[in-house]
Design a binder for this molecule. Structure first.
Ligand code: NDP
Length: 549
């Protein structure tokens, strides 16, 4: 059935600018009944094809906008972004919102903000952003109930602010998004469906009976839970499925074009999951609760997580969320940014900067999945309950804020000289070597202190029966694994150049996190190992964050 067009040729309407919540005054040129797309022309002469949902009548728009205002702005270099569902966007047929004229002409189009923010609100946003670093550090079991309550709202707010800021033409720290996004820009039922589908697809891969089954550390009850190690297989299978989908015409840049909607959908999913986790924790035996999340304060326990290892039969929800949907999702998001960059910047191949960011972070994720077993001895799995903090971290924070560099590069190209390129690669390799070697050395030592491969390393005994490494990387500096991680974090941001601080968000946040983690671990180890730890500190004097605490 041929659908009739709602808007007529020559009519002046408000057209949504691709990938944003901003509407501009445009003139309808024609309607293609086959593609169901309107060709519209902006005041600067830029022509785009828009879907009907992205067009509003001028009168209706002003009425519904209420406080709407206009202001001039030139979205130079921001060209088209496809919002059409991936399934129908074969390269040859993908004409949705395609810019027909060269947008390099610095178009001057009129922008209408749906809810313009007052300077007071902007100042508040600034304050919230500043709070992030301090509070991210506090997002640990030592957090107090008011802090937990604050964090429940602060984390999603910060995520949305970061994404809005990064999608601006000028993503300076003080250039806060001038308008709150419209409902359209944050919610899309199809996107939510895709996020849920992604979650269940990864769950299906987790259930595949491939890969070895290992035991975790003993629980308080003495029981040891079994875990299937098949994360790397899930990663490969996901890559194959996405590869096939790409060649079938699925356009990965759809994620970039709807990035905010994807993040909000993931937030909703994480909240639903956290509610489920909290409710089910009310029925589990006391011994299955995490000590830190069993304070009796509903908000605090909801945030920190009550149940230590929530499982549906053998399906371990925490273990699954730690490495699968979010971590693999991070790589998929990066790939989407890469495709979007080629499309928007009209490149035949991704830029070197984009390739570096993608390559480095791919290595990090692949490494985590390859060494999946190592997660079974981490604080997250052994000590922390599964609640909002981890659910949000795993499903939203990691995939949507750790991919900020590639998101930034889509609209903010960064040229790299060969020397600089080689320097950044070298830096990442050094970081990776230190990170991997340190973690592997410690893991191997903790699993089997008598391992002949480690016989060359010097150790000091402790009263607990465990020993401490005082040579190799652990004898060079305390927490060498943090050092390697930090070096890599720097290498992930450097490809974005020095025009803005936003792509350096990860390293700033991560430094704060590690400072706090380092201090917490230092305290715990001193309590655990007493004089042996003092002796370790005497022999290994260097710290990554000397004199900070
Ligand atoms: P570690 O893996 O460093 O674990 C710390 C523990 O190691 C100590 O409690 C102690 O436990 C043991 N240890 C300390 N010193 C020695 C020594 N000299 N010899 C032997 N054992 C020692 O900490 P994390 O779990 O915090 O970090 C693991 C990795 O994950 C790191 O590389 C970190 O950078 C990374 N990470 C990444 C994050 C991200 O968002 N990208 C977030 C958090 C961590 P014990 O003696 O009881 O065995």
């Amino acid at each position: 059935m041929i659908k009739l067009s709602m808007f007529q040729s020559g009519e002046m309407v408000m057209g949504r600018w691709p990938g944003s919540s901003l509407y501009y005054e445009v003139k309808v040129l024609n309607f293609n009944s086959n593609t169901q797309l309107y060709t519209v022309i902006y005041k600067d002469g830029t022509e785009l094809e828009l879907k009907e949902v992205d067009i509003k009548r001028v009168s209706g728009f002003r009425q519904s906008g209420g406080r709407s205002r206009s202001r001039s702005r030139s979205p130079s270099r921001r060209r088209s972004r496809s919002r059409s569902p991936g399934r129908v966007t074969r390269r040859s047929t993908s004409r949705t919102m395609e810019t027909r004229k060269d947008a390099r002409k610095e178009p001057k189009v009129k922008e209408v903000q749906e809810v313009r923010l007052s300077p007071v609100v902007r100042a508040l946003w600034c304050f919230l952003l500043c709070c992030l670093l301090a509070l991210s550090v506090l997002a640990e079991p030592s957090l107090l109930p008011p802090g937990a309550f604050f964090m429940i709202f602060l984390l999603p707010t910060i995520t949305v602010i970061l994404l809005l800021m990064c999608s601006q033409k000028d993503p300076s720290l003080m250039n806060f998004p001038p308008a709150l996004p419209s409902l359209d820009a944050v919610w899309d039922v199809q996107v939510f469906g895709l996020v849920v589908l992604w979650f269940f697809f990864q769950a299906l891969l987790y259930l595949l009976p491939v890969g070895k089954v290992v035991e975790g550390l003993p629980l308080r009850s003495g029981k040891r839970l079994k875990y299937r190690i098949n994360g790397f297989y899930a990663f490969i299978l996901t890559a194959l499925v996405l590869g096939v989908a790409h060649y079938q015409g699925v356009d990965l840049s759809y994620i970039h074009a709807n990035f905010l909607q994807f993040s909000v959908s993931a937030m909703i999913l994480s909240v639903l999951l956290s509610l489920y986790l909290y409710v089910r924790s009310c029925w589990v035996p006391q011994e299955d609760l995490a000590p830190a999340g069993n304070s009796g304060n509903v908000i605090y326990d909801f945030f920190i997580g009550r149940e230590l290892n929530p499982r549906i039969k053998s399906f371990d929800l925490k273990y699954f969320c730690e490495l699968r949907p979010g971590l693999i999702g991070w790589v998929v998001i990066n790939m989407s940014m890469l495709v979007a960059e080629m499309k928007i910047q009209k490149l035949d191949a991704p830029s070197p900067a984009m390739m570096l960011v993608n390559g480095f972070q791919l290595l990090y994720v692949a490494d985590a999945l390859w060494n999946e077993e190592a997660i079974l001895t981490t604080i997250d799995i052994v000590h922390d309950g599964f609640g909002y903090m981890l659910a949000f971290g795993d499903l939203v924070w990691v995939p949507f804020t750790y991919s900020l560099q590639s998101f930034y590069l889509v609209n903010h190209p960064s040229a790299l000289s060969l020397t600089w390129l080689v320097t950044i690669i070298t830096l990442n390799l050094i970081g990776y070597f230190v990170f991997r070697k340190a973690n592997s050395q410690k893991n191997a030592f903790r699993r089997n202190p008598a391992d002949p491969k480690l016989s060359h390393l010097r150790t000091i005994p402790t009263a607990t029966g465990k020993s401490l490494l005082v040579s190799g990387l652990w004898g060079f500096v305390r927490h060498p694994n943090y050092l390697g991680d930090l070096i890599m974090a720097l290498a992930w941001s450097l490809p974005c150049g020095f025009s803005h601080i936003l792509p350096y968000f990860y390293i700033v946040y991560f430094t704060c996190l590690l400072i706090h983690r380092d201090a917490r671990d230092e305290k715990q180890c001193r309590r655990k190992y007493g004089s042996a730890w003092n002796e370790y500190c005497r022999q290994v004097r260097y710290r990554i964050f000397p004199g900070i605490y």
